[in-house]
Design a protein around this ligand. Structure first.
Ligand code: ZN
Length: 421
């Protein structure tokens, strides 16, 4: 015995037959039943023709479509040769009725697709209900408004439009202002950069000036110190007697000493001639300084002070030079040059004493230039000659000591008279 199979319209899978379907041909009123079985079969029979599925609800608007789909169903398996076409149509009609009644659709679907279809329909139903509620609310609140309310809303709309225009104009104005402000800002930034550069330059100049000021302050401080030192020196010099500070005349026993050089010699005091010559040089320098201090010019001789090589140069004749120095081997003749030089020195000293005597100078020893004597007023017999010829070392040394004493008095007189006030 063969059976018929149907395909699902959605997934095209064979429909699972239920026991009721599989046994349709066996139950009374099934396809194999007689004309008398089942009310539906009777209706099918009444409708007749190829529209076997027209047994669905007459109110179905697209029943013709369903009928076409019914026609397109594929019958699986071999039909029972013993069944007639009529019985087969009846069986199909029965199946369609069963499916339509069971599922509410007019075409066969499998169980899974049916569930899916139901879920889709539920979703569409819920959406439609929400739309319905929305429309309902719109109808409730969006109904026609009264004339006053409309005019009020119109006025508000006009006001808002005017406000919008005003705001648009203000926005344009603000846009122009923004451009102007941006231009000002750019200009101000450029000015700021320039000022910053100027500030840097000013700071640089300021630091250079500070450095220069510091250097000048240091220099000023140094000058102040030097000035203070110079003023101190000046005060010291004003209280200092240049002759007393430069020349020191003393006595070493019977020998006169000037600036630590002994002038004269004795058999028991053998002074070297170099020392004697140096002492003569100091004496010549002192007498020259004294004459310069009082503005005196010697009449017959130039006094040339050159240390141990000092000499006197005659102003008369060919300007003979008389060395005021000796090596101890002076000529034994009367007019040897060393003796003549010492006489010339006495001549100069006498000139100075005569010039200073008018100023109150008093010397302890008398000077006799022509003879070369220095006499002690307290001892009329005590004349000593500065010559070396025909003279003793004691007499010569004493005469030189007396000459240094007179020079010392002359020096103190000049110091007292010409001391700077
Ligand atoms: Zn399906």
């Amino acid at each position: 015995m063969s059976s018929m199979r149907f395909l699902c319209q959605h997934c095209h899978q064979p429909l699972k037959s239920r026991q009721t379907l599989d046994t349709l041909s066996l139950v009374p009123g099934g396809p194999g039943a007689t004309q008398e079985d089942g009310g539906n079969s009777k209706e099918l029979a009444a409708s007749q023709g190829a529209q076997a599925s027209a047994s669905s609800s007459p109110s179905e608007p697209n029943s013709s479509k369903s009928q076409e789909r019914v026609k397109s169903f594929t019958l699986l398996g071999d039909c029972i040769s013993v069944k007639t076409l009529d019985s087969i149509q009846k069986t199909c009609a029965y199946i369609f009725d069963a499916l339509s009644d069971l599922e509410g659709v007019d075409h066969p679907l499998c169980e899974e697709c049916t569930h899916c279809l139901l879920e889709q329909l539920d979703t569409q139903l819920a959406s439609a209900q929400r739309d319905c509620q929305t429309y309902q609310r719109c109808l409730e609140f969006g109904g026609p408004r009264s004339g006053d309310e409309s005019s009020t809303l119109e006025a508000q709309l006009q006001d808002l439009m005017a406000e919008e225009d005003r705001l648009v104009q203000e926005l344009e104005h603000l846009g122009r202002s923004q451009a102007e402000v941006a231009a000002h800002l750019s200009s101000a930034q450029a000015k700021t950069a320039e000022l910053v550069q100027q500030k840097k330059q000013h700071l640089k100049d300021f630091r250079a000036s500070q450095w220069q000021q510091q250097e000048l302050l240091d220099e000023l401080s140094s000058l102040d110190n030097r000035l203070m030192y110079a003023q101190h020196q000046i005060r010291q010099l004003r209280t200092t007697d240049i002759f007393n500070a430069t020349f020191e005349i003393s006595e070493d026993g019977p020998v006169g000493v000037i600036n630590s050089f002994r002038l004269g010699r004795l058999p028991r005091i053998p002074v070297g001639w170099n020392e004697i010559n140096a002492a003569w040089g100091q004496a010549a320098l002192l007498l020259l300084a004294l004459s310069n201090a009082v503005g005196l010019q010697f009449q017959r001789y130039h006094l040339v002070a050159c240390g141990s090589r000092s000499y006197l140069k005659s102003r008369i004749g060919e300007g003979e030079e008389l060395p005021l120095a000796s090596d101890g081997r002076q000529n034994v003749f009367l007019n040897n040059k060393f003796d003549r030089a010492m006489l010339a020195f006495l001549d100069c000293l006498q000139q100075f004493q005569q010039a200073a005597r008018r100023g109150g100078l008093c010397v302890p020893y008398e000077v006799h230039t022509k003879e070369g004597f220095l006499g002690d007023p307290a001892d009329p017999e005590g004349y000593c000659s500065v010559r070396t010829h025909l003279n003793t070392e004691e007499q010569w040394t004493t005469a030189l000591r007396r000459m240094l004493s007179n020079l010392k008095f002359c020096m103190e007189w000049v110091s007292e008279r010409y001391r700077p006030k």
